[in-house]
Design a protein around this ligand. Structure first.
Ligand code: AGP
Length: 603
């Protein structure tokens, strides 16, 4: 999904736009571009590839402009190329777009039949051409923007600048978009994420779908006007202070944001348990006390789905409540059975994942309450939910999600204990403190995992296995390795191997077995089966088990004592490090892995 940034003000727009894009590059890095209004002309500078390529061009040209828009792309329609990079522009307007125009195909044919030319293969350029067509008819920018927006379908956010003024225009439909304001410096900003405006815009506006935002900067003032699509004034927006700190935007002493985020987990676990058990979060957790819905429908995507599998286990084993978990892109089209008295629980780091949002919408249409476990306050999922359980992970920049998984699962555990009415059980707080301590220990001794990675990183394929509460961890471990090391990795329930996947096993395949103290014997016999077929055995299991040490080619001994329900979260951190070190040895781009983007805002 793309990152978009806009600026209008007395300063040079290049600085904040490029800084904003570099913070949003985790959203997509196929190409980048900027359009600047210079000497009353709209000048577009864009380049295929990472943002650095665009920066090189700008360093040569060193342009200055008071008004500009920028974009970093994750290609959906049209190949990765400089022509298909955004912004798209002509002599009157320039546009950047995040999302998909679903009816672009037929619209493009109609416009071409009317003689309009297209320079790119993108769906986005259709909005520019529509806007231009309507402007030629009315000569009115706001009216033309509204008309073009009403003509297109699909989840989209647009930012527009024009030759005839220094105004910034933007609007959206089910896509992330915020407007920023700095009254002191008389500057206006637009972006896909408040994170890009940290340190620039102290005030952030969250317009709702179909609200046109117009930023007007004058020598004495900066004003943001909001209009409905019928151009009447609109009040459908929220605003809040931008509380994020700039250090969230840096790697600190770490080589990668992913490594920084893995190391942040111990402190964040403590912070989250204090928030929910002792401080402001207690109130919303208490609202779950004795809560017994007829059933839970958990939906999510990717890593958030794996966290959902862990949470389902908590709701079933601790609360004896029925909980189903679905992959969001399946749930939204399977015509799910939804009964009154059931609840929808939507899990998402970004709160902007299109498939998960569609499931939330579906449940709301059916009158099913929507609860969320989410990281981004103010995101679409957050704003549309009836109850939100924030995970307070801070900004997660590494595309491969790490800390969000741990805190999503931990939040689910706290919800489960709240429903059980045992939040005041002193063992709960100490259990979570123990998790934080063990994760801290693991981070301090992570080099031992590097040695294991060195033994296996050249192998052809990886099969992660786990039983019971460790099955979701096997899935998550495999996903992390796929995402950042580009190797074939699969997660399986350990007992499933002999029903087929074991056919893959030979001396080139590594089986990473997650072995918990529970079902130890059972899981060890699976390890034996793999060893019998000369598979490479890496066991992540309880320490002081010589029989494992004997069996395994590499053994990652962990201290499970006292962790009980939280041991899956602990083990997962070891797999995060393993994936990180294998990717490092393979030399891949760990923070911006190929073909991926941090939040998937299209179907
Ligand atoms: C995980 O590392 C990936 N980035 C991806 O699977 C992610 O978990 C998924 O896209 C869901 O994102 P969300 O949590 O922001 O909804």
């Amino acid at each position: 999904m793309c990152g978009i940034v806009g600026y209008s003000g007395p300063g040079n727009s290049v600085g904040p736009i490029i800084e904003g894009l570099s913070r949003l590059e985790y959203r997509g890095y196929d190409s980048a571009g900027i359009c600047l209004k210079i000497n009353n002309e709209l000048q577009i500078i864009k380049k295929e590839g990472k943002l650095d390529n665009l920066k090189e061009l700008l360093n040569v040209q060193t342009p200055f402009s008071h008004t500009g828009i920028g974009h970093t792309r994750w290609a959906t329609h049209g190949a990765v190329s400089t022509d298909n990079a955004h912004p798209h522009g002509n002599e009157m307007f320039a546009v950047v777009h995040n999302g998909i125009i679903e009816n672009a195909g037929p619209l493009k044919k109609e416009l071409q039949a009317e003689g309009y030319q297209f320079k790119s293969q993108t769906d986005s350029e259709v909005f520019l051409v529509l806007l231009t067509k309507f402007y030629k008819q009315s000569g009115k920018t706001l009216e033309s923007i509204a008309k073009a927006f009403n003509t297109i379908t699909g989840n989209s956010a647009f930012v527009i600048i024009e030759k005839s003024s220094d105004r910034l225009y933007c609007l959206k439909r089910s896509a992330p978009l915020v407007v920023g304001e700095n009254p002191e410096t008389r500057e206006a900003y637009v972006s896909s994420d408040p994170f890009a405006l940290v340190g620039y815009a102290p005030i952030i506006y969250f317009p709702q779908d179909g609200v046109i935002c117009e930023s007007v900067v004058s020598p004495t003032d900066v004003k943001i006007n909001f209009y409905e699509l019928d151009l009447t004034p609109s009040s459908r927006y929220k605003n809040q202070a931008n509380l994020m700190t700039v250090d969230a935007t840096t790697k600190g002493p770490y080589e990668h944001f992913m490594l920084k985020e893995i190391h942040e987990q111990s402190a964040l676990i403590d912070k989250l348990s204090a928030y929910y058990i002792k401080n402001d979060g207690r109130k919303i957790l208490e609202s779950l006390k004795g809560f017994k819905p007829k059933g839970w429908h958990l939906t999510a995507c990717g890593t958030a789905w794996h966290a959902g599998l862990v949470i389902k286990n908590y709701f079933e084993s601790i609360n004896r409540q029925s909980a189903s978990i679905d992959i969001a892109s399946e749930f939204r089209y399977k015509n799910p059975i939804l009964n009154q008295g059931e609840v929808g629980l939507f899990i998402s780091q970004s709160g902007e994942t299109a498939d998960t949002l569609a499931c939330q919408e579906l449940c709301k249409e059916k009158g099913i309450p929507s609860y969320s476990i989410v990281n981004v306050e103010g995101s679409t999922l957050f704003r549309n939910a009836d109850k939100n359980f924030l995970i307070h992970a801070g900004v997660e920049i590494g595309v491969a999600s790490t800390k969000a998984f741990t805190l999503q699962a931990l939040t689910g555990y706290l919800m489960s204990r709240a429903m059980e009415g045992t939040l005041d059980d002193p063992k709960l707080f100490s259990e979570i403190q123990l998790l934080s301590h063990r994760v801290g220990e693991l981070c301090a001794s992570a080099d031992s995992l590097k040695e294991v990675a060195e033994k296996i990183y050249t192998k052809k394929g990886f099969i992660f296995t786990g039983r019971g509460r460790y099955f979701p961890i096997a899935l998550e471990g495999a996903l992390k390795l796929k995402e950042i090391a580009y190797v074939h990795a699969e997660g399986y329930a350990a007992g499933e191997l002999k029903h087929g996947p074991i056919a893959l096993i030979d001396e080139n395949i590594v089986n990473i077995a997650v072995v918990g103290p529970e079902l130890l014997e059972k899981t060890l016999s699976n390890v034996e089966e793999v060893k019998a077929r000369r598979g490479i055995m890496v066991v992540v299991g309880p320490k002081n088990h010589p029989e494992i040490e004997h069996l395994a080619d590499a053994y990652i001994p962990l201290n499970f004592d006292g962790l009980n329900n939280l041991s899956p979260l602990y083990v997962n951190v070891a797999l995060q490090f393993l994936a990180y070190h294998i990717a490092k040895l393979k030399g891949t781009d760990i923070d911006k892995p190929r073909n991926l983007a941090k939040s998937v805002t299209v179907e």
